[in-house]
Design a protein around this ligand. Structure first.
Ligand code: FAD
Length: 346
């Protein structure tokens, strides 16, 4: 994106369009140097293959500024692929699009990018960037292949065969680099395009097992009706990372609260589907109480002990990332209370 630091990338263990094939930040970082709150230099990972002590490199990736201030990062360099081509597929049925994602991975194909957009997102994007998206589709998939020209030709052939079999209503393959970039331009502009349709929107970031994508989209549709708020869906479908964009107007009394409750329901559903409350945007302050939805008290206590090993006084990003055990208890009791008070509600 246009504004992002490498320190923030490591702190959030950032992912995105290409992480399905090339891994998350954690898979591309070799060594991290940082400073503890006391100002001591601390190193995670090592250039040596057999370094002494625990390997804590994965711990600092995604630590959201809770453990140390990252000051130096050594990254793995990956050669740029010779060629990339993208398949764009339209589906008249969201369920078929979700199932196509599972089928592509099930066929042993690891695309360089596998993204999904629903009708609301398509209708937000197309008038904004004219990417050539099918306005009649209920959902579209963008499925990229990269490598040598021979590898790309072979993989595109296998991808299109699987997508066809999954019931796509239209399939196009980018014929040159300009067209590939045009197809991606729509996806990349999805957030600002939705921003044109609504005074405010809340971007959620849950992750679910791919096989539940279609079910999740249907559930989000029901929640949209329940809360009376529109929602456009953009997914890093390949790794099951959802970005529902909940539209609301903060000037209308109660809409912000409804949007927040809608978002929390999506994340709770993500956990119930066997997923997580964040794919790449982190927990921060916004989702701190949802940690209690995903982790047991014993796990959260372990997170606190880990934090204390680096920052005993809790001075780095206080209040972020890990809820106190007292707040976890309050949250669990409140949830149990509201479930008891509202039988039969989704
Ligand atoms: C429009 C939009 C699109 C996005 N798309 C993606 C995406 O495709 N993939 C993705 O993974 N994420 C995405 N994000 C989320 C986020 O921007 C990224 O995860 C990004 O890597 C965060 O980096 P930043 O420099 O913006 O960090 P900030 O937002 O400034 O900080 C994030 C957290 O990291 C901590 N931090 C920052 N720097 C350091 C440091 N040097 N040492 C220790 N802690 C530090 C901060 O305290 C904070 O808790 C998106 C966000 C937006 C708004």
């Amino acid at each position: 994106q246009i504004a992002c630091t490498i320190g923030g990338n490591v702190a959030e263990n950032a992912g995105g369009v290409h992480c399905l094939k090339y891994g998350l930040t954690v898979h591309n970082v070799l060594r991290v140097r940082g400073l503890t709150i006391e100002g001591d230099v601390v190193e995670f990972g090592s250039a040596a293959l057999d370094a002494a002590g625990y390997d804590l490199l994965a711990l600092i990736n995604g630590s959201e500024g809770l453990l140390a201030m990252i000051s130096e990062i050594t990254v793995r360099l990956t050669p740029k692929p010779e060629l990339a081509q993208v398949v764009i597929a339209s589906f008249a049925d969201v369920r078929k699009a979700g199932d196509a994602v599972a089928s592509i991975i099930g066929a042993g194909i690891i695309p360089a990018g596998l993204e999904m957009m629903d009708k609301k997102a398509i209708h937000a994007v197309e008038p904004y960037v004219n990417a050539g998206y099918d306005m009649n589709a209920e959902a579209i998939l963008l499925c990229e292949s990269d490598g040598t020209p021979e590898e790309v030709a072979e993989e595109i052939g296998r991808m299109t065969a699987v997508i066809e079999k999954s019931g796509a209503s239209m399939i196009r393959v980018s014929q040159n680099e300009a067209e590939r970039l045009k197809f991606w331009a729509g996806r990349k502009a999805a957030f600002p395009a939705v921003g044109r349709m609504t005074p405010d929107y809340l971007c959620m970031d849950g992750t679910i097992p791919r096989k539940h994508l279609a079910e999740m989209l249907e559930a989000i549709g029901h929640l949209s009706e329940k809360y009376g708020l529109r929602c456009a869906n953009v997914f890093h479908a390949g790794d099951g990372n959802l970005h529902p964009l909940i539209m609301y107007d903060a000037n209308q009394p109660g809409e912000l609260e409804r949007a927040a409750a809608f978002g929390a329901d999506i994340l709770e559903l993500s956990v119930r589907f066997g997923g997580t409350i964040t794919g790449e945007h982190g927990v921060g302050l916004e989702k701190v109480m949802l940690m209690a939805e995903q982790f047991s008290t014993a796990e959260i206590a372990a997170f606190h002990r880990l934090k204390a090993a680096f920052d005993e006084a809790g001075l780095l990003n206080p209040g972020k990332g890990i809820p106190t055990l007292a707040r976890c208890r309050e949250y669990t009791q409140a949830r149990a209370g509201s479930a008891a008070g509202a039988p039969g509600q989704a």
